[in-house]
Design a protein around this ligand. Structure first.
Ligand SMILES: Nc1ncnc2c1ncn2[C@@H]1O[C@H](COP(=O)(O)OP(=O)(O)OP(=O)(O)O)[C@@H](O)[C@H]1O
Length: 301
């Protein structure tokens, strides 16, 4: 049996249209499936847990955007089924950082084909912070604030409808950049401590992309049992603006304000509270402590 968790409002309503097309094919092919619809922010995790407990599906599929991927993966994580239930994905959002990062088709019908016919599986690491996991990235600072503003913004909806979801992050960046307060941070990676000054953000990645197509950590590999970390610090807002377009091409690496690190246990203490995003969803954090969970989820490829 295959379990589908559908976010009907993803991609400004595209999720529901995609689901109708998929459902039609599933019925035509006599595939054994169950469905569950998300009804508010965060409900994808509960939908996933309910489907797993009731039906024990072999594959659980998220139909939505990166936020839905995040919620369903958290459901699989909380159900503690490790690699016994496999994760599939049908994109109907607009960010597509997960699909891009693991090389899945962005076309929903081609993605369904993979779920129905592919025997290929891959085990991915996850990033854990407090009791939450992320599959793409966890970012603290400016990117967390940009994600928060974007998720609350009306323009995200209509830009998603035009499949220009990435542009919403650009608009939000301009909205927060000049009022954002950088932070001094004590960073501990696998026991090695660094003092960082005037940090804009720390982006911890399992997959290379975030924010709807920015190649923030080009070296990130999702099954190497470590995270890649990009830190931007010690520049002013105008310099940051010139750096920003380079991130889309992964060309920010040579800039003096950018440093890359990697590790398995990452802990940081900022001088003031900073907003955090996990896979683009704003999360509340008690402790800025990220652990890499090696090969913790199996995906359909
Ligand atoms: N029925 C619902 N009503 C309102 N919000 C919902 C509903 N179901 C899910 N959500 C929330 O919608 C948000 C966005 O979901 P998702 O990321 O899947 O779509 P998207 O934003 O269109 O895609 P992307 O993130 O790839 O651009 C998530 O925070 C999710 O919790």
């Amino acid at each position: 049996m295959i379990g589908f968790v559908i976010n009907p409002v993803s991609g400004n309503g595209r999720g529901m249209k995609v689901w109708y097309e998929i459902k039609h094919i599933l019925q035509e092919k006599n595939i054994n499936y169950v469905e569950s619809f998300t009804n508010k922010v965060g409900s994808g995790t509960k939908c996933t847990l309910d489907l797993i407990h009731k039906y024990k599906p072999k594959i659980i599929v998220a139909v939505g955007g990166d936020g839905t991927v995040h919620e369903v993966i958290n459901g699989v994580y909380q159900a503690d089924v490790k690699n016994h239930i496999h994760f599939g994905y049908i994109p109907s959002g607009s960010g597509n950082d997960y699909a891009r990062g693991v090389n899945l088709p962005k076309n929903p019908m081609k993605a369904l084909d993979v779920i129905l016919h592919s025997e290929k599986r891959k085990r991915l690491d996850l990033l854990k912070i407090d009791n939450e996991v992320a599959v793409c990235s966890i970012g603290t600072g400016l990117d967390g604030k940009v994600a928060q503003i974007t998720n609350e913004a009306k323009y995200k909806k209509w830009l998603n409808g035009l499949r220009l979801g990435g542009l919403a992050y650009v608009i939000s960046l301009f909205r927060v950049l000049f009022s954002f307060k950088t932070s001094d941070i004590t960073l501990n990676i696998d026991g090695e401590v660094k003092q960082l000054k005037k940090v804009w953000f720390i982006a911890v990645s399992n997959l290379p992309f975030y924010g709807g197509g920015m190649l923030i950590n080009p070296q990130a590999i999702p099954d190497d049992e470590k995270a890649e970390i990009c830190i931007v610090s010690n520049i002013n807002s105008l310099e940051l603006l010139t750096l920003f377009p380079l991130v889309y091409f992964g060309k920010h690496a040579k800039h003096k304000a950018v440093s890359f690190l990697s590790g398995k246990k990452i802990e940081y203490v900022p001088s003031h509270y900073l907003t955090t995003q996990a896979d683009g969803e704003t999360i509340k954090v008690n402790k800025y402590k990220i652990d890499v969970l090696p090969k913790h989820i199996t995906i359909v490829k």
